[in-house]
Design a binder for this molecule. Structure first.
Ligand SMILES: [Fe+2]
Ligand SMILES: [Fe+2]
Length: 404
């Protein structure tokens, strides 16, 4: 059985099933292992991990610890509870209408950031005037409809990960700031900061940056330096704002002080820095990398919600979920009727009942004529169905984004 325990209850002889933290931020080569000495327990604690999952079939048990299913159910209940009270933001056009424009804007942003990052690798200065118009266009697209651009941001090539991740973090920051009711100016600078947050990675050797497996402890230490490098590069960029620098400089800080480079705690981290941390982890978790498959957005959000006890500001995590939805646009979901469909729009006042375009029957395992179902409505009013769960598109060999 898989159980969740506090790190203070961890003993030699227990078998770690999951370190319960994002894999970018810990130096353990193995995901699953038997705890064989006290030193390992110290190392886990020192990495800022507070709770772990143990496999009681492969190692020592802990009698009263909750099982993974119990933890998952509890988290889902909590998420659904607040999701039903909160209204997502308004939008100007439908996602389907924005999709074409968003595609052009997304492509352009990728080319621009690729050029800038490659320049930095060659030792050139960052030309801010190249990034600004692109952030402006992304902002306009998100103001028209956030779901369109954000669903595109989830598609990444393994080779261009760093560039595409930069664009995603920029777009997510814009969206998040907008949902938080921040001013146009702050949104703009936060978007720039998001686009350039990992610029310091260009100073990390390629062999480490694109290593197709887990990093060793030394490599991990080199990788961590990218934050200080980002800050240094941005501080020497003419026209850059404090806001943008903060986003980049604080995106790896954690609420409980376990982050880097400064180990800042709670309110010592600026609000935008706290937001950048959430956005950065969300994008990394949902992206495919050469050594792991990206999680569906709903799973990534549940994980971030779980970690918000320690690593993130819980009220900001909730605000982020309101901003992108529990089932973000582009998510493949299974309905009670057995139909599969893609989320095309969030619904006001109820994040668990979005609009879904159904196109596949899980019962007959065949495509069905596409139809839009509004889950906030009853039978006979274009609704009358309910999400059972989200699905991995690969499992069904479906491409939900094709139906947006
Ligand atoms: Fe980073
Ligand atoms: Fe990042």
């Amino acid at each position: 059985m898989i159980k969740c325990i506090d790190v203070s209850d961890l003993r030699v002889g227990m078998y770690i099933h999951d370190l319960n933290c994002d894999w970018m931020s810990h130096p353990f080569l193995l995901k699953r292992f038997l705890v064989s000495d006290e030193a390992q327990i110290h190392k886990i604690r020192d990495s800022g991990i507070h709770e772990v999952y143990i496999d009681t079939k492969k190692g020592m048990d802990m009698a009263h610890a909750p099982t993974v299913t119990e933890v998952k159910k509890k988290l889902e209940r909590e998420i659904i509870e607040f999701a039903q009270q909160e209204a997502p933001e308004e939008r100007q056009v439908e996602a389907s209408e924005e999709f074409g424009r968003a595609q052009l804007i997304h492509n352009e942003a990728n080319l621009i950031i690729k050029g800038i990052l490659q320049d930095v690798r060659l030792g050139k200065q960052v030309q801010l005037e190249q990034v600004e118009p692109s952030v402006e266009r992304m902002t306009s697209s998100i103001l028209r409809n956030g779901g369109a651009l954000l669903s595109l941001c989830r598609i990444k090539d393994k080779d261009d990960y760093t560039f595409q991740h930069s664009v995603s973090v920029g777009a997510l920051m814009v969206s998040f700031c907008k949902a938080m009711g921040m001013s146009k100016e702050v949104i703009h600078h936060a978007g720039i900061g998001g686009m350039l947050h990992d610029i310091g990675k260009m100073k990390v050797p390629d062999t480490i940056l694109n290593k197709p497996g887990k990093l060793t402890e030394q490599e991990f230490a080199v990788m961590k330096c990218h934050v200080v490098e980002s800050k240094r590069i941005l501080l020497s960029t003419s026209g850059i704002s404090d806001t943008a620098v903060k986003v980049a400089a604080q995106h790896h800080e954690r609420h409980d002080g376990s982050g880097y480079p400064e180990g800042l705690k709670g309110e010592e981290i600026s609000q935008l820095g706290q937001m950048a941390a959430i956005v950065d982890v969300y994008d990394a978790l949902t992206s495919d990398r050469c050594y792991h498959k990206g999680m569906p957005p709903t799973d990534a959000l549940r994980k971030i919600f779980e970690w918000s006890k320690f690593h993130f500001n819980p009220s900001l995590v909730q605000a982020f979920m309101r901003c992108i939805g529990i089932y973000p646009v582009g998510t493949l979901v299974r309905l009670e009727s057995g139909r599969l469909g893609v989320v095309i729009e969030q619904n006001d006042n109820n994040l668990v009942s979005p609009k879904v375009k159904v196109f596949f029957s899980s019962k007959s395992n065949t495509y069905i004529p596409p139809e839009i179902v509004d889950l906030s409505r009853g039978v006979g009013a274009g609704g009358g169905d309910k999400i059972v769960k989200h699905e991995q598109p690969e499992k069904w060999r479906l491409d939900p984004l094709r139906f947006l």
